[in-house]
Design a protein around this ligand. Sequence first.
Ligand code: C6P
Length: 406
Amino acid sequence: MTWNVEEIRRDFPVLHREVNGKPLVYLDNGASSQVPQLVIDRTSKYLAEEHSNIHRGVHYLSQNATTAYEAAREKVKRFINAPDVNCCIFVRGTTEGINLVAHSYSKAFINEGDEIIVSQMEHHSNIIPWQVAAEERGAKLVVIPMNDRGELIIDEYENLLNERTRIVAVSHVSNSLGTVNPIKEMIATAHKFGVPVCVDAAQSVPHFAVDVQDLDADFFVFSGHKMFGPTGSGVMYGKREWLDKMPPYQTGGSQIRTVSFEKTTYAPLPAKFEAGTPAIASGIGLGAAIDYINSIDFVAAAAHEHDLLEYATQRLSDIPEVKIIGTAAEKASVISFTIEGIHPHDIGTILDQQGIAIRAGHHCAQPVMDFFEVPATARASFAFYNTREDVDKLVDSIQKVIEVFA
Ligand code: C6P
């Protein structure tokens, strides 16, 4: 099946607006992807007709909302092929999900002298929670290095694993470089040492199908707003063998079995990790985003994105002043680049005047910037609704930026 990008674009209302008097060219999907009408409609239907608190009401609306929210959890289960719906914990996003794992897992399993492995290309959300956990537990953070192309050095990773390693936390796809890590192999290697792996999947789920059982991931965390869903939605999947032994991250309403002033006992999964009223509309919206992904040809979408990546890489490589940061053999549709003598913020600002949205900055990955000895990069990140014409506009505008600064 060929990819009909024009038809797909009709599903996303925002793509048809103008910005600064120019048709919007949205190339900041790594930060947040756009939302299809289906998700907008489902979320507003909930807010207009179904809104109520969940898991606690005997009245019609509450039961209805509970059913819709739990149906979204079922969709999540099928989307990642989780073995058990109750191991899919709703969170506000990847950041909250990783904080949950780092806090709760480290309390149960990490002690003085233990080691936590992260990688050099991690987003701050997959560094700092582990750094804090290491400080609190007297453990050490160990870092998998990468090469000049922005690929993890797998031989070094294998050497870092040892009997002190308690967990590996690594991204599936790097947000700043686009690198797709060999996560299945990395998990298999960690498991030889009996070590679980927490996968930051924020940048993989929007681009290709995932299967947590095939990967054998112990924890798998992602955000709804990067996969065509609303902000405030996200998922932390964990294997039951770990989740059952981990203490709650937050405590309060909805997650208990019994409470007295002497002692509290906790509800079974998933409630144990879902204290308080959740982001109900966002969770239902995430379910609708999964419906949307299921309604399109996701394999053809990935092929289309790959074509955009190759085309953009080729066109940007033809500009001598442009340097692409991150040239891994396996990449998702993310291109970071610098232009000699021009700060990425200036690039981003001038492109914005042309209606082109990219991201400029350190992308919450300062260790990556340090490695490549740049303060920041400009980053174009593509989704399946982008076109070769978007790439042409990006390239033309970059040429103009270079002329302005010449
Ligand atoms: N990256 C980007 O522009 P939240 O903000 O919780 O939804 O996701 C955090 C996060 C964690 N891991 C990775 C790999 C990410 O890319 C992100 C978010 C955005 O690249 C905002 S910094």
